[in-house]
Design a binder for this molecule. Sequence first.
Ligand code: C2E
Ligand code: CA
Ligand code: CA
Length: 694
Amino acid sequence: MLSTIKATLTTINSIAIVAVSIAVLAFSIKVHEALYLESVKTDFSPLSENISNDLIKFINTEQPDIFGITSTLLRLEGYENVKYAVVLSPTYQTIQFYAGKAIEEKTADEIMAQTEFSRFQSGMSIDGNNLIAMRPIGEKTLPLGHFLIVNDLAKPLKQSKLDLLSSTLPLVLMVMLTAVLILRWLNTKMLSPFSSLARLARKIKQTNDYTIQIDVDGKKEVQDLSSEFSSMMETIHSEEVKNKKYTVQLMKQRKDMERLANFDTLTGLPNRLSFMEKLQSQLKSAFIQGENPALFYIDLDGFKDVNDTYGHDLGDSLLKHVSKRIQTHLNERDIIARLGGDEFVVLIVETLNEQKIKDKATVFIKELSSTFKLDDWEVQVSASIGIAYAESGDFQVGQVVTNADLAMYRAKLDGKDTYRLFTEDLMEVNRRKLAIANSLSNAIKNDEFTLYYQSKVNHARRIVGFEALIRWTNEELGFVGPDEFINIAEKSGKIHQITQWVIKQCCQDINYLRKLYGSEIVLSLNLSSFDLKIPSLADHISALFEAHSVPAHCIEFEVTESAYLENFDEANAFFERIKQIGCTIALDDFGTGYSSLSYLTQIKIDTLKIDKQFVDKLGVSKRNTLVTKTIIELAKQLNLMICAEGVETSEQAEFLLNAGCNTLQGYYFDKPQPLETLADHAQATKTNPLQTGS
Ligand code: C2E
Ligand code: CA
Ligand code: CA
């Protein structure tokens, strides 16, 4: 940069010097020209005057003396630049013509024919390239004739200018050169502090070392500039140190972010997002290379129980151990990830035949079902595994994962602690699920739901209540049981509408039921765990009660123990409101989810519904019979009502009533039936209480 400035400065100054020199030269030539003309004029004027005087004596006769005139004119021979001279009569007739050395190509006759001599004024004048002298011969007022000399100016002037240039130019050039050299030297001297700065800047650029200090001598401004430069360098240096620190911090943060974005913080395994990306590229290259990797979808059985029983810390620790145990059976190319919760996926990259894949699954199942020793506890879980080959899902990430998931779901349905390989028929299940989810949207609008009522009897075998159970018949799907569609409705976000429909229907039917079976009967309806999360539900219920004049104490809400405990705080708040309204609450399917009974003291229920599983095994398993008895005892001590469901035999009924159950429900007494048949049913049971199962 600085060298450019220097070069530019030198160039500008040199141009200036050359320009000035040329201007001076041009001016001096101009002056020289003027001086030359003046000198020619002064030389010429006396010559013309002398000759015209000398001509008097040759013309002042009757006949002009041509000889005398010619010899006088010959004096002009000594003058290089005379073009011609003419002796004219008083009326400007040519008497004698003299052609000089500088005459042009024209002949004397041509000149005389073309030139109007009378137009030249007397005295010296310049006409184009000619210096002209016109003199009267004799008295000015009465001349004897006229004498004209035309002298060439162009050639001698040119020659004179050349002479001038040749004599002055070397000097001018020398002066110019000296000036340019002096200027260069001055520039260099003036710019040297800047050059030092520039050199320093170049060095910093090359070394990136901002600690280099500058020391430049020079004028005050330059010194000021230098010190400013130094302080700027210090700032840059300290900024650079800061920047380095920030960069290190940023790199660390970026790594952390990457880890957070791509890895599961608990197990350190890739998370869903990064697994899906990896899977995508693996499937793509497998397809190209004709490979067929297998995807394992591993879901723990009973993980929730571990969390609830031992706490989340132990649950977390279990997940870490599960991840390690799976990894011990993988080779380097295989990919493992945690999808969330207790779900893991493994991609076995090498193409293995079905038997080898099954062997691998058996190893995982065995590994995960052996006891985990965590914090002095011995924890037992198992795993359900679904397996899908890449080919089964056309090497499409989404489809392969869905297939493995479906197979895993099948493994769960088939009793857990096992694996299933994806087969096409599982797709059917999925398709049906989708069809159900789709058809549910219009089920209410199309009036496809009905409520069936199953009676509950007391120790005197009199009907004291009913459970409302939903039924759905769809044109395309036919009859769909609640066990199948409630779950799908929950997952597809449609359960809330269904619950509202059920509540409304119950509100419409309760007074009819009261009429048939007495005003004290209680109608129970089922709530899903999703319903407990809707804060406005209690208000909605209360508004419906008012609209349909429903006595609140005639309505009971059943909620499964898992639904209650999974939403413990929300459920407590909701049931508090329900109790304020005046309804009762039953804990459904008791005994299927949680083995701990301690929470029974903390929740706001009125009735415990013993699950059909316990009832089924009464009299079959001694231990089970004892457990059932204990549950009933405990519930009584907690002042809870006890209802046993799924009662199918008189022995079961007998046992349960003797053990202290308040109400019984089951096929032994009644199957669920539509409202329309209840009038007859009521008539029949009035006279003949349910004893033998009608
Ligand atoms: P749940 O609440 O435990 O209802 C009892 C289920 O056991 C009913 O099946 C009933 O028909 C059946 N059952 C009753 N006594 C016997 C018996 O002696 N033997 C046998 N084998 N079964 C008996 P259902 O109606 O198919 O309902 C199944 C489940 O669907 C219900 O189990 C409940 O969880 C759910 N559900 C039914 N209706 C509704 C509803 O309106 N809303 C909600 N959220 N869930 C409902
Ligand atoms: Ca129920
Ligand atoms: Ca139940």
